[in-house]
Design a protein around this ligand. Structure first.
Ligand SMILES: NC(=O)c1ccc[n+]([C@@H]2O[C@H](COP(=O)([O-])OP(=O)(O)OC[C@H]3O[C@@H](n4cnc5c(N)ncnc54)[C@H](O)[C@@H]3O)[C@@H](O)[C@H]2O)c1
Length: 339
């Protein structure tokens, strides 16, 4: 998709962070923008922005886990702007962090429900409508660099994002004959309000977490996101990727090489010699190239990445207990670890 002017764009999570950046950039490209978001306060702020600009925009309060709500939102777009979207951007997402072994069903149901289920619902709602409209178009999702790695404290989030990446690849192949492109946007650190989700955005029915989550852990997370990529810059990467019909958009100069290095671990996992190589590698400090890549992804300088405690790769989690288990999860105990 190369021409955006006059077309319709529907963005989930479009009222804050990455999604709001996308709404601004596609609006500036001449699109009519629909922002769908579960938080009314975010929607009000975003709509005030578009009102001041005099740009065509429409807000819909939508929880992406609500399938009937999604269908109603799709009907509403057709009513308001006269047609189904040309560009669908599935960006709504949440996160919460803690040891994999402390995770509860609620941790999975909430994070996977929004991050993966929300994308499934968007695809099932809009793909038939887009094909029937016969206009071609493009579908993108804001995935995450987390799709390429599985950290010990990111299990539900990394799993959901890896699943989204795989899912999008299926649709990339399936929708090509209809003239509908598909892209997976995989950023690392973004300047956003995602740190609010675990406290303000977590529904009561999923409240049983195994993780230690407090105002202080979320303030710590906020301090990491302050360093993140400007959402408008990220949206420019997405727009360029869509123009180039690129499936995978890793929004850094070293993006392709980062992917190559991240995926090479699977080659090692697949043999006894490879497992030994990985074990040896884990004992070594990061290489200069890895430091440069981490700096690009996290928004720090290479020198900052070198300083222990100064960067997200080596944070001092002790003070606030970020990424730890809730106190009553008594099997998460360093004394029980044999390695
Ligand atoms: N912040 C980062 O560093 C980072 C990195 C990689 C990927 N991402 C991904 O980017 C996407 C956007 O997140 P962000 O960082 O801009 O956060 P954000 O919190 O600033 O924006 C996300 C928006 O999604 C909305 N949302 C949350 N749950 C929803 C639901 N159930 N239904 C509808 N809307 C919902 C929120 O209200 C919010 O307005 C997410 O998918 C996230 O996983 C974020």
């Amino acid at each position: 998709m190369k021409d955006f002017a006059g077309k319709i764009c529907f963005i989930t999570g479009g009222a804050s962070g990455a999604g709001f950046g996308q709404a601004q950039i596609f609006s500036e490209a001449g699109m009519k923008v629909v922002i769908a978001d579960v938080r009314q306060d975010h929607l009000d702020e975003a709509m005030a922005y578009f009102k001041e600009k005099g740009a065509p925009a429409h807000a819909i309060k939508l929880d992406v886990t609500d399938r009937e709500g999604f269908a109603a939102a799709a009907d509403e777009v057709e009513k308001v702007f006269g047609s189904t979207p040309d560009l669908l951007v599935l960006t709504a997402g949440v996160n919460v962090f803690g040891p994999a072994e402390a995770s509860t069903y609620d941790d999975y149901d909430w994070v996977v429900g929004v991050c993966f289920g929300g994308v499934v619902n968007g695809l099932v709602t809009f793909v038939p409508r887009m094909i029937k409209a016969g206009k071609g178009g493009h579908i993108a999702a804001t995935v995450s660099w987390g799709a390429f790695g599985a950290g010990p404290t990111t299990a539900p989030y990394s799993a959901a994002k890896a699943a989204v990446l795989n899912l999008l690849e299926s649709y990339f192949v399936a929708l090509k004959p209809y003239g509908i492109g598909v892209s997976a946007l995989c950023p690392a650190n973004i300047r956003s309000k995602i740190y609010e989700a675990a406290i303000k955005g977590r529904p009561e029915k999923y409240k049983n977490t195994g993780y230690h989550v407090t105002e202080d852990t979320q303030k710590f997370l906020a301090s990491i996101h302050e360093k993140g990529m400007d959402p408008r810059v990220l949206a420019d990467w997405l727009k360029k990727g869509i123009e180039n019909e690129q499936f995978l958009i890793v929004p850094y100069p070293s993006g392709p090489r980062m992917v190559e290095l991240a995926l090479s671990r699977f080659v090692d996992y697949a043999s006894p010699e490879g497992m030994k190589r990985l074990e040896e590698k884990q004992k070594q400090p990061p290489t200069e190239e890895e430091l440069k890549h981490m700096a690009e992804r996290e928004g720090y300088s290479v020198n900052e990445m070198r300083k222990p405690g100064a960067a997200p790769i080596m944070p001092d989690f002790k003070d606030v207990g970020f990424g730890k288990a809730k106190k009553d999860v008594d099997w998460v105990d360093p004394n029980k670890k044999v390695n």
